[in-house]
Design a protein around this ligand. Structure first.
Ligand code: AHR
Length: 307
């Protein structure tokens, strides 16, 4: 049965601006900067959106606090990128009890009750991991066993868990590949550099580095150079995101490939928020179409790259 209070506020939102609370996960990467800008720009171009955007600075506690504040402020819709997959049941139940629809942007959650969130807008991270592994299988750098170092993103985050899952899935179906180290970072350039330096100092030189995002790959590239090796040649480096910085590294021959993960979700988020605020049904999953980019096509593609 519909709640008469909710119906009034939904009818009311047709004649006023939609108040959208967005809890950004942090500022860890150039991908995140492009994602945040995309949401701000899309909201700025829409006169019917009143955007309240807060940055959780990489803290789940802070992100929960921000969401609770949005509930107190009685926003029409909440959109947030969960820093990690778990630990959201209570706050999402509070949003549901207040009648506020929740859009998960970019990252998914693992909760007991999936009716606690309304829609997900973002990428298929498992497929991104598979795409990275398929490229490695197709471009096997050595005849014998290929040793791989994996640099993971934030522990417990959907992109780190799912990219790893997709990568492992494809490698396990192909002989001659071994992940010799899988280090946990946080999607920053600094963590990529530190982890790669640590691996190289231990005397391990892999044939392939799979970084869970471009920023970590760029850090790894620095570490490889500091060790006197040539990234892109002595060590094949691949990553996810396909940002402009990755294209520059591909043009310089230091990054071999990047799987696309599109951060420009702003227009879809704003559209979904407005539809939800007026009580419209929208798809549960809105998945972005993506591809891969390599050194071979980087020169052609860099000019049209938007982030
Ligand atoms: O959740 C998406 C990931 O988070 C991007 O791949 C990464 O760059 C970001 O920080």
């Amino acid at each position: 049965a519909s709640d008469p209070g909710q119906m009034t506020s939904r009818m009311d939102v047709n004649t006023r601006k939609t108040k959208l609370g967005v809890a950004v996960v942090g500022s860890e990467s150039s991908w995140r900067a492009a994602n945040t800008e995309s949401i701000k720009n899309a909201a700025g171009q829409d006169l019917n959106i009143d955007l309240i955007m807060q940055n959780a600075e990489g803290s789940q506690d802070k992100q929960i606090e921000i969401i609770r504040n949005f509930i107190k402020q009685k926003v029409d819709v909440i959109a947030f990128t969960p820093i990690v997959e778990t630990g959201w049941d209570n706050v999402l139940a509070e949003a549901k009890a207040a009648g506020i629809p929740v859009i998960l942007t970019d990252r998914k959650v693992k909760v007991e009750d999936d009716s606690l969130w309304t829609t997900f807008i973002g990428s298929d991270f498992v497929e991104e991991g598979r795409r990275a592994a398929r490229w490695v299988v197709e471009h096997k750098p050595v005849a014998g066993e290929t040793k791989i170092v994996e640099l993971q993103g934030t522990a417990g985050s959907a992109p780190a868990i799912e990219r790893r899952q997709g990568f492992d899935e494809v490698l396990s179906q192909n002989a001659g590949f071994r992940v010799i180290a899988s280090e946990i970072g946080d999607f920053t350039t600094e963590s990529g550099q530190q982890l790669m330096s640590k691996v190289l100092q231990q005397g391990t030189v892999p044939q392939v580095v799979f970084a869970h995002n471009d920023d970590m790959a760029l850090g790894a590239i620095k570490a490889i150079e500091q060790a006197g090796l040539k990234p892109g040649k002595d060590v094949v480096v691949i990553s996810v995101d396909a940002t402009k910085l990755a294209f520059q590294a591909m043009l310089a021959g230091k990054l071999n490939m990047s799987v696309e993960c599109n951060p420009l979700l702003g227009p879809q988020i704003i559209k979904a928020a407005k539809e939800l605020a007026t009580g419209k049904e929208i798809p549960v999953n809105i998945i972005t179409a993506e591809s891969i980019f390599s050194q071979e096509t980087a020169k052609r593609d860099v000019s049209t790259r938007k982030y």
